[in-house]
Design a protein around this ligand. Structure first.
Ligand code: CMC
Length: 433
């Protein structure tokens, strides 16, 4: 039981409630308001959840003021430098770094689940050729539940494990199928001899009529981006997965809900929007004009890839990706990439501008990631799909944490109702106006 409490006095009724204060291992303490309605008859009001901890979690920690991101306690910078996406996936899901044997067994299992059912593959033919890949991916992920009825008991640990491995393994195959459908090329089957990212690149870029060799520079860059995108605690899509999953819905349905939430430009869709914005800005001379638009409240234009709900300092992922941009573009012989140069100048100018400084708006993970994806030849409409492949690991970790907890309850927020008070039905003949 928490030893600290917070006294809350209702100034109209004089009633005082003692709210328990709960402390985590890191971060601010939280007030446990579960008894508030029962004792005081009031709810709390926190639209967009700016000040509400929706659950307890042991997976990822962010200190937004200090620009710190930890996966299971490990700084993301260390993981980015020394680890691999498969190892990070194991860590996020299983809470500890794997031994060599555990990593081998995990990677082997993932590589043995990469094929997608031929009937599922045929779904892609039903999509219009210009369908956005995120639309195809969310639909096909939801459809997976129609194929795995026999292993979707959320209370069975073995079923949960099979689901986790299946979804992580098949997301690249689904993404590649969406891409191949968009460009009218035949689907390339997964090659289980290749590592996770090389297999993805092979499925993306190989064609049946000629030999394709995966560029190790590209595979390494993708692996790094996937590490950085793997989890970010209770962001909008992860919260969506938790909320959908809290109803007891099957996990494929919950992950599909997460894919849909990620698609929005305020979330994962920002990587695609950043590139469109940079092209729209076009050259350094136009930056002031677009910054003025971003600052104008009456304009819908925002500086995409800037700002974050939690980070009020540099997003540590953006720093790593910016450095990686330099390295990757250099290795690919594209060091004078004009969009990268424009992005660097835009960051520099925005960070000297009082509007961005006073609001603590810094580049976020999406500001530079699209430049790398672009340099690797990945089409812009696929950027958010790339994010979804990586974030699937985080969604799975959070879903597992939630459903393994015997105290799991359906998520059900309350509201402040401001609609009409009770009134009686008027038949259509008597309505005026
Ligand atoms: N350009 C211009 N002004 C901005 C921006 C921006 N990118 N971001 C925030 N602001 C302003 C905002 O207008 C507000 O100003 P004021 O106080 O005068 O009303 C202030 O900064 C606070 O912003 P907010 O909208 O209350 O912040 P939020 O926490 O609700 O939104 C955000 C966070 C990420 C949605 C927002 O910063 C944004 O729209 N950024 C651009 C889209 C983007 O890059 N999204 C990717 C986020 S990181 C990866 C991910 O989550 O997937």
């Amino acid at each position: 039981m928490p030893s600290k409490s917070f006294e809350l006095k209702n100034s109209s009724s004089g009633l005082t409630t003692s709210l328990p204060v709960r402390a985590g291992t890191l971060g601010p303490e939280v007030l446990d308001i579960a008894s508030l309605y029962k004792e005081q008859g009031v709810f709390t009001f926190d639209p967009a959840f700016g000040a509400t901890a929706s659950c307890e979690s042991k997976i990822t920690y962010i200190d937004g003021d200090a620009g710190v991101l930890l996966y299971r306690g490990y700084p993301v910078e260390q993981l980015a430098e020394k680890s691999s996406f498969m190892e990070v996936a194991y860590l996020l899901i299983n809470a500890e770094l794997p031994t060599a044997r555990q990593l081998e067994a995990f990677s082997h299992s993932i590589s043995r689940h990469t094929m997608i059912n031929e009937s599922l593959l045929r779904f892609f033919n039903g999509f219009y050729h210009s369908a956005h890949p995120m639309a195809m991916v969310s639909a096909v992920v939801a459809s997976m539940s129609a194929f795995y009825h026999d292993s979707m008991d959320i209370h069975d640990p073995r079923h949960r494990e099979i689901f986790s491995h299946r979804i992580i393994a098949k997301l690249p195959s689904i993404a590649a199928a969406a891409h191949k459908h968009s460009v009218g090329q035949p689907f390339i089957y997964p090659n289980n001899e290749l590592d996770y990212c090389s297999n993805l690149l092979n499925m993306f870029f190989a064609v049946p009529c000629e030999h394709y060799e995966v560029d190790p520079v590209a595979a390494k860059a993708l692996d790094l981006l996937f590490i950085l995108h793997a989890d970010h605690e209770q962001n909008a899509s992860t919260s969506t997965v938790r909320l959908a999953g809290s109803t007891g819905a099957n996990p494929y349905a919950a992950i599909s809900a997460g894919v849909s939430a990620l698609w929005g430009p305020a979330h994962g869709g920002a990587n695609e929007a950043v590139l469109s914005m940079l092209e729209q800005i076009g050259s350094v001379e136009n930056i002031p004009k677009y910054l003025a638009m971003a600052k104008d409240r009456s304009s819908y234009f925002r500086l995409m890839g800037f700002g974050h709900r939690v980070y009020k300092n540099f997003d540590p992922r953006a720093k790593i990706i910016r450095e990686t941009c330099h390295e990757v573009l250099h290795k690919l012989g594209d060091e004078n990439n004009p969009l990268f140069e424009l992005a660097l100048r835009l960051e520099e100018i925005a960070l000297q501008d009082e509007y961005f400084v006073s609001r603590k708006l810094y580049p976020n993970v999406d500001f530079y990631s699209g430049i790398i994806y672009s340099a690797l030849g990945i089409p812009r409409s696929m950027f958010t799909v790339m994010f979804a492949i990586a974030r699937t690991v985080g969604w799975v970790a959070h879903w597992l944490e939630m459903v393994s907890d015997p105290a799991m309850r359906i998520g059900r927020p309350r509201q402040l109702y401001t609609g009409p008070t009770r009134r009686d039905y008027v038949s259509v003949a008597l309505r005026r106006g």
